[in-house]
Design a protein around this ligand. Structure first.
Ligand SMILES: [Zn+2]
Ligand SMILES: [Zn+2]
Length: 559
């Protein structure tokens, strides 16, 4: 019997309210607290408590706020699965100015306000959907190009180096190997544990196992042609079971021989109606979890080959993680939402959804130890959802100038590796106390100099002053005019590795120590679609749109 999913028990906290994350807007956290979401959060585990259901607000189509979209095949995360537990708290009301907050709270789709970047507008989805037309208040995207350039050997010093680049980068990933030969993009690949080898699946329909030869080059020891392009894979080293998702919706399972010279077909699952987007094989439960372009999440028993259940996702999924211990599955989709389901043998329950991205989720990574979920998005940001911390904390990480394509977490050093469509690799130190960005305050006049904003006709008339545009300080969240916020600063502990708008007083208050970067920036020199990190050796595999796989020694930067 195929399990049906019970869409009850929508959990509060992170879930089902407005996310945040308008690019550069800062301030996520409040976003989930927006819209009638009451406080204390419930654990995932206890979340079957029935709560008044809040229908998820419909989202605008996922957009890449900062442009430069790159039409890549949806890429997957490549990280170890997980155990989560609890969801976060909610913040009651967040001030604001009377009339407006009321409007905000009530009338969905009402008055086209001025998009003054209230926390709601940051989500790309105004809390309660009222008001807010996006205002072009966004500092120009600075400097990762500059940083990357700086990181590249022989690059000329960037013009703004003194301000942007606090320390020269001396340590960087070492390119160990280029693995070439695929006719099309390698959609997924993994480093073979304890071997100098790589397993790859490609759009050119091939499954290849590449082993390092005496020549020092990687050559295929297995070259197998599938009936359809290979979109994704899951490899279980203990059993050497290789599950391959195909463009035609089938999942094909093989066992690789011990010497990686042969692969034996085991079975096929007719899992999806169209392209399989993600697969996870869960040895402990003998489950094969998968998502497809048919917007289905499905799980099969790998013993019997039987379909156990399914769930319709709101959009095509491109991130899939599983917590074995608590049997929660995390599904990130192209609408920008992360859906959390609790799986039973043959049914599932919707636990909650996280909304924080303004673009589609491109990758998920679960850290079962800290119980933290990372989501990467085409909106260029990464959000760290602190489930284990039980406070509803969500931290935004802004360090890419292009869509985030893949994530990996180095547990032993507590470093997050995020890779961008532009080839940028950012290594984040997650062993620091990070802060949430502040909520954006609403005001009809500058909270520093009291000049009216341009919609404030009354004050403009009364004081015979010209209305100004509203901006927001990323550090304190105050609504300020351009003159009172002319300076820029990075705020690494708030996730702003690039410079963002801050008010004059915050600019003065930020110390050089606070400006010290918490991430390092590197250039893989190809547009990354997928990564895999081998923690035991500190090797990173990147697969690019150039059809090349690169192996990197990350120990200079991940240690
Ligand atoms: Zn001002
Ligand atoms: Zn400020």
């Amino acid at each position: 019997m195929e399990g049906a999913c019970v869409p009850g028990a929508v959990l509060r906290g992170f879930g089902n309210s407005v996310g945040a994350g308008r690019k550069w807007a800062g301030g996520l956290a409040h976003a989930y607290w927006a819209a009638n979401v009451p406080p204390p959060f419930l654990g995932f585990l206890t979340s079957s408590t029935t709560l008044p259901e809040v229908p998820p607000p419909s989202r605008p189509p996922a957009a890449t706020p900062c442009g430069r979209p790159r039409p890549l095949p949806a890429p997957p995360p490549s990280s170890p699965p997980p155990p989560p537990v609890v969801a976060p708290a909610c913040n009651p009301d967040r001030g604001g100015f009377g009339a407006r907050s009321r409007e905000r709270g009530v009338v969905p789709g009402a008055r086209p306000g001025y998009g003054r970047g209230s926390p709601a507008s940051r989500s790309g989805q105004p809390e309660s959907l009222s008001q807010l037309v996006p205002v072009p208040e966004r500092s120009p995207q600075p400097s990762s190009a500059v940083r990357l350039a700086a990181a590249a050997p022989g690059a000329p010093p960037p013009p703004m180096a003194a301000e942007i680049q606090p320390k020269p980068l001396t340590r960087k990933p070492i390119l160990l190997q280029r693995v070439e030969g695929s006719q099309e993009v390698v959609n997924m690949a993994v480093i073979v544990p304890k071997e100098e080898g790589v397993i790859s699946v490609s759009e050119d329909r091939t499954v290849r196992v590449w082993l390092k030869r005496d020549s020092g080059q990687y050559w295929p020891s297995i070259y197998h042609m599938m009936p359809s392009p290979c979109s994704c894979m899951s490899f279980n080293p203990e059993t050497r079971r290789l599950s391959i998702g195909l463009d035609n919706g089938t999942i094909s399972e093989f066992i690789l021989s011990e010497d990686y010279n042969k692969m034996t077909p085991v079975k096929n699952y007719q899992a999806h109606q169209s392209r399989v987007t993600m697969i996870l094989f869960v040895l402990e439960l003998e489950w094969v979890l998968s998502t497809g372009q048919d917007k289905q999440f499905a799980w099969h028993c790998s013993e019997s080959g039987q379909r156990l259940g399914g769930y319709r996702t709101s959009a095509v999924a491109s991130g899939l993680q599983f917590d074995v211990e608590t049997r929660h599955v995390f599904i990130g989709d192209q609408s920008g939402q992360v859906t959390i389901l609790k799986l039973e043998q043959d049914n599932c329950t919707l636990v909650t959804t996280f909304r924080g991205h303004t673009g589609g989720v491109t990758a998920l990574c679960w850290d079962p130890v800290q119980r933290v979920l990372f989501s990467g998005s085409s909106d260029h940001s990464v959000i760290m959802w602190d489930i284990g911390g039980r406070k509803g904390t969500a931290i935004e990480l802004q360090g890419h100038n292009d869509k985030v394509q893949a994530l990996s977490y180095a547990q032993h050093t507590r470093q997050l590796i995020s890779c961008g469509g532009d080839g940028g690799i950012v290594v984040w130190n997650m062993d620091v106390e990070r802060q949430e960005t502040p909520e954006w305050l609403d005001s009809d006049s500058c909270q520093k100099c009291d000049q009216p904003f341009f919609w404030n006709f009354k004050q403009m008339w009364d004081s015979k002053k010209i209305g100004l545009r509203q901006h927001h300080c990323r550090k304190c969240g105050k609504a300020v005019c351009g003159k009172c916020s002319s300076k820029r600063s990075s705020i690494p502990l708030m996730g702003f590795e690039f410079e963002v708008r801050v008010c004059d007083s915050c600019h003065e208050a930020i110390t050089d120590e606070e400006r010290a970067p918490t991430a390092t920036f590197h250039d893989s020199k190809h547009n990354i679609v997928h990564v895999h990190f081998d923690a035991t050796r500190g090797w990173l595999l990147t697969s690019g749109t150039d059809k090349v796989i690169k192996l990197w020694d990350m120990t200079p930067v991940v240690s």
